[in-house]
Design a protein around this ligand. Structure first.
Ligand code: ADP
Ligand code: UVW
Ligand code: MG
Length: 395
């Protein structure tokens, strides 16, 4: 059977999925998984449509993250052809984090488009280079198949100009220095489920919190993005696994002037050394922090939840009121304690959780007398990419 290969390359992981090409493409992949721990000790973990699980460490020859990304791709292609003899890959779809000013729809990746996208690498250093490397690797190994790029920024292009603007001099804004927003494929997928989960409220003011390793929130009205916590790069907004989120820019000036920190040191600080990892000094992984009894871990989790509640207030204003709050992403879907602690700070909105439903990870977790609906909707960026790939190629 023919299949679509989906690749979603992150900073330390390479997620993949194979979707059988059939009428009414299923959200369930025939085979999916990820190579995680790239840059350290990469491991491939996967499961097939029948639920059979695979887990194997990769033997890599290099310790460099970039080199290991390359090795992971080669390993993955070999592994895929050994494990899916019945599936013939006829097209590939990729998550490309930054589409910049020009790309607001999924598109067939050609040489000129790839050169444009390469220019956006400095705007998404943790993602864009790996996304594009995956496209090159597929082109080298399967030159005959078409490849489609799906952009994380695209979903937010419906925002009004005022929501995308920085208060910068006009000449700088005119160069495209504005708020783009990210996690758009995730918001797109979740937004399409909302009518079933929320009924009429789906058309009202809805805030979706995508809480993964990277984390952001998006305000929607009539199912479209009106505002987002992430801006020009994927470092603005919420506190994340290793990223600061919003930071007074004066802190950067201070660190440059008083501590002599240069561009590389500040980039590492903003993207890799801060967030849950930096504040706790223990881990970037929410599971580890929730299980820890160290006060530093508790402080990190508390700041994470506080920042979400603060941003909810801001997004409620942008959306002209909030009828529903929706959690998604690894933390949003699985960490009941985080949802509970965020909700506890949002009582002023008339938001109340049903504690038992929340602990059970139910789809709707608001209490009967809550004025705001609260839901947990698992995201599926890979299924969204597969659908767009089929659409763009007319398969
Ligand atoms: N059962 C769980 N409880 C708490 N946190 C979880 C659980 N499962 C996953 N997470 C957290 O989800 C985060 C990763 O989210 P995910 O959406 O998979 O990230 P990515 O941005 O890499 O796609 C990690 O912080 C991890 O600890
Ligand atoms: C844009 C972004 O932050 O993505 P991720 O959550 O995959 O790191
Ligand atoms: Mg993610």
């Amino acid at each position: 059977m023919k299949a679509i290969l989906v690749l979603n390359a992150g900073s330390s992981s390479l997620k993949f999925a194979l979707f059988a090409l059939q009428p009414g493409l299923a959200d369930e992949a025939a085979l999916s998984g990820q190579v995680e721990g790239i840059g350290a000790e990469p491991v491939l973990a996967a499961r097939d449509g029948e639920g059979k699980r695979y887990r194997e460490p990769l033997t890599v020859t290099s310790t460099s993250r970039t080199e290991q990304h390359r090795e992971a791709l080669t390993y993955l292609f070999r592994w895929l052809s050994a494990h899916n003899p019945a599936l013939e890959i006829v097209a590939a779809g990729h998550r490309i984090v930054h589409g910049g000013e020009n790309y607001s729809e999924p598109l067939l990746l050609t040489g000129p488009a790839l050169r444009q996208l390469q220019k956006l690498v400095p705007l998404a250093p943790l993602h864009q280079p790996h996304n594009l490397r995956a496209v090159q690797a597929v082109a080298a190994l399967m030159p005959e198949i078409p490849q489609v790029g799906c952009f994380d920024t695209a979903f937010h292009r419906t925002q009004e100009p005022v929501a995308q603007a920085f208060a910068l001099p006009r000449a700088i804004s005119a160069e495209g220095v504005k708020r783009y927003g990210f996690h758009g494929l995730s918001y797109d997928y979740v937004a399409r489920q909302l009518p079933d989960v929320l009924g009429d409220r789906a058309q009202g003011g809805v805030v979706i919190a995508h809480l993964g390793n990277g984390a952001s929130m998006c305000a929607l009205r009539d199912g479209r993005s009106v505002a987002s916590t992430m801006g020009f790069t994927a470092v603005e907004g919420l506190m994340m696994g290793t990223r600061t989120g919003s930071l007074d820019p004066g802190v950067l000036l201070y660190l440059m002037e008083q501590k002599g920190m240069d561009l590389q040191a500040l980039t590492n600080l903003l993207y890799k050394e801060s967030g849950l990892l930096g504040v706790s000094g223990i881990s970037q992984d929410m599971r580890t922090l929730l299980a820890s009894d160290k006060p530093e871990a508790a402080e990190a989790v508390d700041l994470f939840c506080y920042r979400i509640a603060r941003e909810l207030g801001s997004l409620a204003a942008a959306a002209g009121g909030v009828d529903a709050l929706v959690f998604t992403g690894g933390i949003g879907e699985h960490a009941a304690e985080v949802r509970e602690r965020v909700a506890a700070r949002c009582g002023w909105l008339g938001l109340k959780l049903d504690a038992a439903a929340n602990a059970a990870g139910a789809l709707r977790i608001d209490a009967p007398d809550s004025q705001v609906a609260v839901a947990v909707v698992p995201t599926n960026e890979e299924a969204m990419i597969a659908r767009y790939t089929v659409e763009v190629l007319g398969l």
